[in-house]
Ligand binder design. Structure first.
Ligand SMILES: [Zn+2]
Length: 128
């Protein structure tokens, strides 16, 4: 597992800060509500930074256009998707599905490039 933000080296400082804020919110008693519908939510969303709230909201909606649009453009979400692809690749590799694992790794790599480009573009826009 390389999901630990401290050791994977894949998370931006922003991302790590968001995760810490999320953990803080949870420690302060924000409720994680898992309903029967498997709809999970955190009650104290106000404690999250705005960009993390957007990612969180988008992550709960698979089919809505606005959520798909967010995931298509948000570097954090694109990178999260890359990690999902890598996890699946590792799992397929363990089962001997080497071709599928390879395809999933390519998908993951493409998303990492896209996330990096998105971050660079956002940085350049901020300096203008
Ligand atoms: Zn996002």
């Amino acid at each position: 597992m390389d999901t630990d933000p401290e050791t994977s080296g894949q998370c931006s400082p922003n991302n790590v800060a968001s995760i810490h804020k999320l953990l803080d919110a949870l420690m302060k008693g924000a409720a994680v509500i898992v309903a029967d519908s498997s709809d999970t939510k955190i009650a104290a969303l106000d404690d999250l930074p705005q960009n993390a709230r957007e990612c969180f909201r988008a992550s709960r909606h698979q089919t809505e256009v606005w959520a798909q649009e967010h995931r298509r453009q948000c570097p954090d979400c694109i990178e999260a998707a890359a990690r999902d692809y890598e996890r699946d690749a590792t799992s397929h590799q363990a089962d001997g599905n080497l071709e599928t694992a390879e395809l999933l790794r390519v998908e993951a790599a493409e998303r990492r490039v896209k996330a990096a480009k998105g971050r660079t573009a956002a940085k350049e826009a901020a300096h203008e």
